[in-house]
Design a protein around this ligand. Sequence first.
Ligand code: GRG
Length: 303
Amino acid sequence: MTMNVEPDRSFDLGTYLSIRRARIDATLEKFLALEEPRALYEAMRYSLLAGGKRLRPILCLAACELAGARAEIALPTACAIEMIHTMSLIHDDLPAMDDGDYRRGRLTNHKMYGEALAILAGDSLLAHSFELIARHTTSIPAKRTLAVVAELGRAAGPRGLAGGQVKDLANEGKSDVGMEVLQDIHTRKTGALLEASVLSGAILGGADAPMKARLRRYAQRLGLAFQIVDDILDVTSTREALGKCVGNDASAGKATYPRVLGLGESRRLAEVLIADARSDLAVFGDRATPLVALAESLLQSLR
Ligand code: GRG
């Protein structure tokens, strides 16, 4: 199956996404075949192959193409990013964290396999992701692969996912969380990996410094808008529609955008961020069509 989807005026996001998802799903299956110890691999595959929108790997591939290279060269990194993201979901759902029962339309990892295996499945996905990038990224200068490893290591660690989660937990139940703290939590917890997904694709594709700066700004705005929409849907949507628990933020006393700004103002902020993300890429014309359409589709989930 070819992965190339030429952006043009008749661009159809639905078709684009389903072609990309199918390719990512097939490659994830190949990169995480069942081995020994079977229980550990089963737990890793259970969450990784459970579906999910595959937004982060799709962003990575799209940024690579925007930079002028074939999406294929970024495929191992795109799959690695989905592994890091899945690790964060498994750990986020643990009883010591957000204590969720459902994710991606099925029971959470620890509900299926117990806490010990869920922790180890998450750890293994994280370690495996970096092995995958190092072993399977070929035909490009090693310097680019190293830069990708640095981006993703940063996004997973204290400046990204882990740091954001710590700050999120530390602010649970506080009634006086302001915009600055809220933005810091979500820039790390959600924004950092989205940003690294776009940047990794751009780096692998050979983007120059001005292009990387534009893509970084686009990804930062997209990341914040994504979290705002996620927070809104936690209030307004259902478990059936989202495939994960809803209402958890309010019951855990989480710092969220609707709580700090209200639903209407949160929606308006998301709209402004997406409009700005679109302008960040205007200079690239039709080549940016997929990234622009992806950003705009975020708002459609609120309609
Ligand atoms: C162990 C290094 C280390 C880090 C883990 C648990 C944790 C630290 C961080 C939590 C990060 C987290 C779960 C943030 C929420 C991000 C978010 C809005 C996820 C939902 O993403 P979607 O909607 O989900 O793309 P799908 O299932 O479609 O992939």
